[in-house]
Design a protein around this ligand. Structure first.
Ligand code: F6P
Length: 359
């Protein structure tokens, strides 16, 4: 192996730079040249590459975002281009294969979530040597216990909950915190437990408004005249689709604009006669510096990804299983999301101590 490329795809996530730094250092110490691809897979199509050395990764460990331009969801297999004023979708994957060959790139490390790793997997099928690193604040990627960035998002949401607690108590209000999690409620569950929430609403457990109202009233009867609710943006009422979404050209996934929290606040106020407020945490969960545990995890992932390349163990994603970093086939991690199961130990612990899930 002489030359290695690295790219960051999908949404940004705390720890991207920590992975890049670890991978670049590990590779450079072994005399491997590293090429950074700017702007995710867009840079692979457009040929936007730059060499990364020790100097380029110096001081980036705590930095949010990515040093590799922007992260985005562009897909070379369905690349959106403007042709004479109209948008067209083109397959540009062959160009990427040719360019990598011409540049003498032996392998590609893709740092991404379900979308970017699915693209990496498609390239693997075309014969590209790829290794994946699991990234998403949502922690909903299969085949790994943890994705990097998740624990930082949880810490941010937990800090918000700590702050909401004191204001909720001061006004005898219901305080609702809407967190990210379109398809899975990992952030809501972990932040809810860490932040002492009274009610946690997740996509995996459809909720009934009456159950939540009952829990809030039960607390009031016990002399607790405020309640804290964490709701994942993808949570739904039983039998309903309560989401505010929009679509963006070139993207197939729905974009949530927030809304479930506001609807809940209005409905609960009616049912309980307790004043309610909502905070939508949004992209604060993705920005900023990774916390210590994410820096360690990101660093381990970056090192392990280069080790997989050195072993020529391609088509694999580095993953955390228990305390160990292992390699799993990328195809086992994509196209199917990791949801919270009804026997999840954290969910069960939360239920045991009386946290309401609205079911
Ligand atoms: O996949 C991560 C995620 O943060 C989701 O939880 C969220 O719904 C989505 O990205 C937001 O994406 P965008 O930044 O494109 O609006």
């Amino acid at each position: 192996i002489k030359k290695l490329a690295i790219l960051t795809g999908g949404g940004d996530c705390p720890g991207l730079n920590a992975v890049i730094r670890a991978a670049v250092k590990t590779a450079c110490y072994r005399g491997i040249e590293v090429v950074g691809i700017q702007d995710g897979f867009r840079g692979a199509v457009e040929g936007d590459f730059r060499t990364l050395g020790f100097k380029d990764v110096s001081g980036i460990l705590p930095r949010g975002g990515t040093i590799l331009g922007t992260t985005n969801r562009d897909n070379p297999f369905a690349y959106s281009v403007q042709v004479e004023g109209t948008r067209q979708i083109q397959d540009r994957s062959d160009e990427v294969m040719d360019r990598f060959k011409a540049e003498g790139i032996d392998a590609l490390i893709t740092i991404g979530g379900d979308g970017s790793l699915s693209i990496a997997q498609e390239f693997a099928k075309k014969g590209l040597n790829v290794v994946g690193v699991p990234k998403t604040i949502d922690n909903d990627l299969m085949a790994t216990d943890l994705t990097f960035g998740f624990q930082t998002a949880v810490a941010t949401a937990q800090d918000a909950l700590d702050r909401l607690h004191t204001t909720a108590e001061s006004h005898h209000r219901i305080m609702i915190l809407e967190v990210m999690g379109r398809y899975a409620g990992w952030i809501a569950l972990y932040a809810g437990v860490a932040g002492g929430a009274d009610v946690i609403l997740i996509p995996e457990v459809p909720y009934q408004l009456e159950s939540i109202a009952k829990a809030v009233k039960r607390r009031a009867d016990q002399g607790k005249h405020f309640s804290i609710i964490v709701v994942a943006e993808g949570a739904k009422p039983l039998g309903g689709e309560m989401v505010v979404e929009r679509t963006v050209p070139g993207r197939t996934d729905p974009i949530k604009l927030g809304g479930i929290g506001a609807k809940l606040a209005a409905d609960l106020e009616k049912l309980t006669a307790i004043e309610s407020r909502v905070t939508v945490l949004g992209h604060l969960q993705r920005g900023g510096s990774p916390i210590a545990v994410d820096r360690v995890l990101s660093t381990r992932y970056g090192v392990a990804a280069v080790e997989a390349v050195l072993d020529k163990d391609y088509g694999m994603m580095v993953a955390l299983q228990g305390q160990d970093i292992v390699r799993v086939p990328i195809k086992e991690a994509v196209h199917q999301l990791k949801k919270i199961k009804s026997d999840d130990p954290v969910l069960l612990a939360a239920r045991s101590m009386g946290i309401e899930f609205g079911d």
